[in-house]
Design a binder for this molecule. Structure first.
Ligand code: B12
Ligand code: SF4
Ligand code: SF4
Length: 355
């Protein structure tokens, strides 16, 4: 292990991160935190992860940096802003258009953040030859939010995401584990106070308690991770949300300090994804889906799950114009698509005004 002339290197890491467009950077010790590990264990034991079995399989590594890599000494926690210019809730009153969550309207954040973190890692290796490090964005068994809080870049709000005083709820996170013993920044204090805006905004009642999310009830999980038909009890509450959900983030009062100028340009919404028409999305076949979502995180869920989601939104639209595109999907070879089409048709018939 190389022991750096810690403070100055820590400061230079932050300056380099800022130069690379990384809006938030802080340092935490890699030592294990028993409370964090116990909460993860309890969360999994309660079944809150639903069918995300990968969370259970690698839980031992997820619980702390040194469980994943015993050589880790410090964690560099990083955040990139994707603060939106438009109101994420604006399309709620336009039922013939689909709502795609802000994080998925631009380029795939995994690629953008990994590129920036790798550039920072290359710089760090040049500054401190002989060190070891590992770069993580999202998919590794790393608890990015608690680590971000421990590194002082924000706190885990009652909606469970990391909130920043300067970037609100709109930060993508990543982490670099390193063998360097860097000066830590100290944890960020909780600034939620008596606010409960995110808890009451949730359309599916997905918070059994503040700071705890039941993923099985969350629209983000249901529209992105859940395979097969979405349980009946949630279909109406989806409204026109077809990929992810922003409601609990969007209502957070700390967003009023978030500047869109800090947002990485790659995360700007693609024009065709900012307010897409459901009728056009319902007509997508496999090739059309792949062409439209090349370079987008949405590509991961595939055409069938995507069209399934659009059908629930069509059912909720009360729009006569969507009757025909829904009917065409009744005989879709994918059983979840056909089931969603049948539900949507019934709901349209029930809710459309009688002429
Ligand atoms: C699994 C996952 C999901 C799941 C589960 C979400 C969740 N809250 O755990 C689903 C699919 C639902 C999801 C949804 C979303 N996700 Co997600 N997701 C992840 C992932 C891969 C793992 C998170 C995890 O480990 N969860 C397990 C639980 C146990 O961990 P936790 O929430 O950190 O839990 C701690 C708190 O509950 C905590 N706690 C803190 N204080 C207190 C106080 C008390 C009293 C108690 C009891 C507990 C407690 O204890 C737990 C452990 O220590 C991370 C990436 C990563 N590797 O970290 C992205 C990540 C969390 N997701 C992200 C985003 C953007 C989203 C969405 C906003 C996307 C969208 N627009 O649709 C939504 C937000 C929904 C929400 N309100 O959380 C970002 C969040 C960025 C940020 N600023 O925090 C991450 C970090 C991805 C990234 N690299 O940027 N996600
Ligand atoms: S993302 Fe939507 S459904 Fe999930 S907890 Fe937040 S408000 Fe509820
Ligand atoms: S909406 Fe309120 S309670 Fe929720 S994270 Fe923001 S400040 Fe905390």
């Amino acid at each position: 292990m190389v022991n750096a002339g810690a403070t100055s290197l820590a400061e230079r890491i932050k300056a380099e991160a800022a130069r690379l467009g990384i809006a938030a950077c802080g340092i935490a010790p890699a030592a294990e935190d028993p409370l964090r590990a116990a909460r993860l264990e309890q969360w999994l034991a309660d079944g809150n992860h639903g069918a995300m079995e990968w969370m259970e399989t690698r839980a031992d590594q997820r619980k702390g940096p040194q469980s994943l890599w015993p050589g880790a000494r410090s964690v560099i926690a990083l955040g990139m802003s994707y603060a939106p210019a438009a109101d994420p809730m604006a399309l709620a009153s336009e039922p013939e258009r689909a709502r795609i969550s802000v994080y998925a309207q631009g380029a795939d954040y995994h690629d953008v953040i990994k590129r920036a973190l790798k550039a920072l890692a290359r710089w760090l290796v040049a500054e401190a030859p002989g060190i070891e490090l590992k770069v993580f964005v999202d998919t590794a068994p790393v608890m990015e939010k608690p680590l971000g809080e421990a590194a002082g870049i924000g706190w885990q709000g009652k909606h469970t995401n990391l909130v920043s005083r300067t970037h609100g709820s709109w930060l993508f996170l990543g982490a670099i584990y390193t063998s360097l013993a860097l000066e830590p920044d100290g944890p960020h204090a909780d600034r939620c106070g008596t606010c409960t805006a995110c808890q009451t905004a949730c359309p599916t009642d997905a918070f059994p308690a503040p700071y705890q999310l039941d993923a099985r009830r969350c629209i983000s999980y249901l529209t992105i991770e859940h395979k097969g038909p979405i349980p009946q009890e949630f279909r109406a509450a989806l409204g026109n949300r077809i990929y992810g959900c922003d409601d609990c983030l969007a209502v957070c009062p700390w967003n009023s300090f978030a500047s869109t100028a800090a947002a990485n340009k790659a995360f700007l919404p693609r024009a065709e994804l900012a307010a897409p028409r459901l009728a056009e999305l319902l007509a997508l076949d496999d090739a059309g889906f792949r062409a439209l979502f090349a370079g987008s995180p949405i590509k991961r869920i595939g055409r069938d799950r995507f069209v399934r989601n659009c059908l629930y939104a069509a059912g909720n639209s009360g729009a006569a114009a969507l009757m025909a595109p829904v009917q065409r999907l009744l005989a879709d070879p994918d059983p979840a698509v056909a089931d969603a089409a049948s539900w949507a048709l019934d709901r349209l018939c029930e809710t459309m005004p009688v002429p």
